[in-house]
Design a protein around this ligand. Sequence first.
Ligand code: TXA
Ligand code: MG
Length: 328
Amino acid sequence: MFLDVSALNCQTARMNKRLKYPTPVSVSEAVKQLNNGAVVAMPTETVYGLAGLASNDYAVLSIYETKGRPRFNPLIVHCADINMAEEIAEFPALAHKLATAFWPGPLTMVLPKRSDAQLSDLVTAGLETVAIRLPAHPIAREMIGNLGKPVAAPSANPSGKLSPTSANHVIEGFGGEVPVVDGGDCDNGIESTIVAVGSDALTLLRPGSISAEELASVTGAPVGASSSAEIVAPGMLKSHYAPNAAVRLNAETANEGEVLLGFGEIGANAKNLSPTADLREAAKNLFSFLRALDQTGAKTIAVAPIPNEGIGIAINDRLARAAADRKD
Ligand code: TXA
Ligand code: MG
């Protein structure tokens, strides 16, 4: 059949007009844009982050606006190395132990902010503390290392929606308005563990792939759970990580009109987070499978029970928020 290439070109041109960044950008382009105060999506080992220069009010404001995020919800600062992190925050002895054991990696520490930290006040939403992590993803490390300055980066999704674990998720989420560096699918697939570090105790603010037991065993310090009355933190907003469909938890089978998200033997023939019941595999697949099932247009996603141990605790935390009442 005759192929009208000029019509195709016109169509592509129209698409490019709609999507400012329909395809990923290079690391050097991303660094250039960050230096200019623009926001860029960057891959990390947990989920993609929406990065901007942490010292630049304009860049940080753009992050909040692009996400539609309430400004009272502070951002995580991402550093290339411990020296960069020490310019921003005080490191009690426990923080050094945690950094040695888990950085670079999926651990965010909430630490006292240094009074001379070169940070936009918007990053910390006026708090005296700052959340910091050193991502392990080689592209994130290269970007921040080449930039030579810390970047603020929340997850690169519109506020309240599912976190992105691939470059395409980010392009979908922001309609191509944000440049994305493609680092493939995220290995962990679930956001970092967040811990507030005190002088002799730790408080778990958000469960992630590094468990409370691991934090305790590395530091020898007690790890308390956060009480929402005390600290407003990660995903403390009740309805978070929400697909458009409703979510029904601990389902053994799908009812009529539902699609099933399986785990282990439950839903062997359905979309299954891990047929071998491997919790790490399930975490990696969680957001992308919820997204895929959401795109079927089903009214409800029924999710098989997930064992509440290890990273299963973080998976259940995200699922509970996905299932929470949206009216809040
Ligand atoms: O894995 C991750 O942590 C990803 C990647 C991109 O690094 N980032 C991420 O950011 O999940 P975000 O903004 O979606 O979640 C960070 C959470 C926020 O809910 C915020 O409440 C909490 O960290 N947070 C930030 N600064 C804080 C502080 N000073 N005290 C308590 N919580 C804080
Ligand atoms: Mg988030």
